[in-house]
Design a protein around this ligand. Structure first.
Ligand code: FAD
Length: 455
């Protein structure tokens, strides 16, 4: 393969945004060198969104089957992990082989270099001893790795992170999940639905701690119904493994399980990336960028590493901005007022913008509205599995929504209307004076707005 030392753009890390930016710029005629040390496509298709959502789809099928009695007859359900593992291996990840993605990039005219890229000077990247120089600049899309907290004993145990659990061929009998954020909550529920005895341990006072407290209460109630044990306000103090079982010591209790999943967040390593060579702080956790995703002269950063939300849609959104900037095209600057996020539990927790607490902390004159999905026509019709709520957070001075949460069946889809409302700053009067299709789940937004009006 032709690997010239001189190139137009070097993309370090081919996560979702890097892959998109590199391919698009190559198709536009630039000489693009994509550097990837693991798999082209990054975390999302191989160890993140896609395989986890395949697992969730399977778990939700089982849950729906369990809702048949009393509503549609009887169901005899026998969970089987084999089709889930096979689907992830064969359909999603090609057995964790990125050749198709690599071929797609080179087919677009890109030049793929495998190995760890280190920035060794302005516009210069070295990959395993080979040096590349970029005429236009460097795009950093190096993503994040699973963070493993410094809990006594943990490092010496055969714990799982997302990179192991999304490859399992058999479900364990029992599983302790350290971390009750989005990833921990999603995977805890999946495995519980496939018969694993699951315990979630969270150091914060509540699960999905970055979401509204109503979302945490909902998830904790649902988890109790799923048979998942939850310990909140319970930092793990010590972990050991005796060859067959994990033991996790909390302050007052001791838990044991066959497997341990560490889902306590993500980490970056800017020093290993060599950012000091371009004047950036190697000890920082994220790379600050301007509205055009520029981090320094001739350097752009996108994705998890920018700290604007570790989501594939963020990586792709920012990649689009970088592509426009490099190609000299007009376009809006990055705007983070309406970043959507979805925890794909059942019910899904979709949210956008500010929570009530964040809005208050920002000094806004806050008003909120809340409605329960089971109280809506569609929720009542849906019956089994209808848990959820819609909460809207308004800036009373401007009469617009600044945040919202949509929890329930298809909560992530219902969120779309709320995202548009927050992003476009649709006046509350407009939101209140339009018909909401009957009987949809999103119609509950109207009830939340009515509640807000009376608050
Ligand atoms: C279990 C799980 C579930 C998730 N579910 C969702 C979801 O449902 N929806 C969603 O939006 N997001 C989800 N995410 C998050 C999502 O995967 C990431 O936000 C997404 O992959 C974007 O990350 P990124 O573009 O920053 O780069 P990444 O995907 O992290 O990729 C970065 C790439 O850079 C490479 N790299 C790093 N440093 C170097 C170097 N120096 N040289 C060469 N290569 C390098 C890495 O090998 C990697 O391939 C999930 C994550 C996990 C772990």
């Amino acid at each position: 393969m032709d690997e010239p030392a001189h190139t137009d753009v070097i993309v370090i890390g081919m996560g979702p945004g890097g892959e998109y930016a590199a391919g698009t710029l190559a198709q536009a005629g630039l000489h693009v060198t994509g550097v990837e040390q693991r798999l082209v496509g990054g975390e999302c298709p191989y160890y993140g969104c896609v395989p986890s959502k395949m697992m969730i789809r399977a778990g939700n099928l089982l849950a729906e089957g369990g809702r048949i009695p009393g509503m549609a007859g009887t169901a005899d359900i026998h969970p089987d992990w084999a089709p889930v593992a096979t689907r992830i291996r064969d359909e999603a990840t090609d057995n964790w082989n990125d050749q198709a993605a690599a071929d797609r990039f080179t087919g677009q005219g890109g030049h793929l270099v495998r190995g760890h890229g280190t920035i060794t000077g302005p516009a210069e990247v070295t990959v395993d001893g080979r040096t590349f120089r970029a005429r236009r600049g460097i795009v950093i899309n190096s993503g994040t790795d699973p963070a493993v907290p410094p809990i006594e004993g943990l490092a010496a145990t055969p714990y799982w992170t997302n990179r192991e659990i999304l490859r399992v061929e058999q479900v364990p009998d029992s599983l302790i999940v350290l971390g009750g954020g989005a990833i921990g909550a999603e995977l805890a529920q999946v495995f519980a639905r496939f018969g694993t005895a699951v315990t979630v341990v969270e150091a914060a006072p509540r699960l999905v701690t970055f979401e509204e407290p109503e979302a945490s209460e909902l998830i904790e109630r649902i988890f109790a119904a799923d048979g998942i044990k939850v310990y909140t306000d319970a930092p793990a103090q010590r972990v050991s493994h005796d060859g067959s079982q994990f033991t996790v010591h909390l302050g007052s209790s001791t838990l044991t399980a066959e497997r341990l999943l560490v889902a306590t967040g993500r980490k970056t390593d800017l020093a290993a990336l060599g950012v000091a060579a371009i004047g950036l702080d190697p000890a920082a956790r994220t790379i600050p960028t301007d509205g055009r995703m520029r981090a320094a002269d001739g350097v752009w950063a996108i994705g998890d590493i920018t700290g604007h939300g570790a989501f594939t849609h963020m990586s792709m959104y920012q990649a689009g901005i970088v592509v426009r900037d490099i190609l000299g095209q007009e376009g809006e600057a990055a705007d983070y007022r309406a970043v959507p996020r979805v925890t794909f539990t059942d019910p899904e927790i979709g949210s956008v913008g500010l929570t009530e607490a964040q809005a208050r902390a920002a000094g806004l004159r806050v008003r909120t509205g809340l409605t329960q999905v089971p109280a809506s026509a569609r929720g009542w019709i849906h019956k089994a599995g209808n848990d959820g709520f819609i909460k809207v957070v308004a800036d009373a001075d401007r009469s617009v929504l600044v945040g919202a949460t949509s929890a329930g069946p298809y909560g992530g889809e219902v969120l779309s209307a709320l995202q548009v409302a927050v992003r476009a700053e649709v006046p509350l009067a407009t939101l209140r004076n339009m018909p909401y299709a009957y009987p949809t789940f999103y119609r509950a937004i109207e009830a939340a707005l009515t509640d807000l009006a009376s608050s």
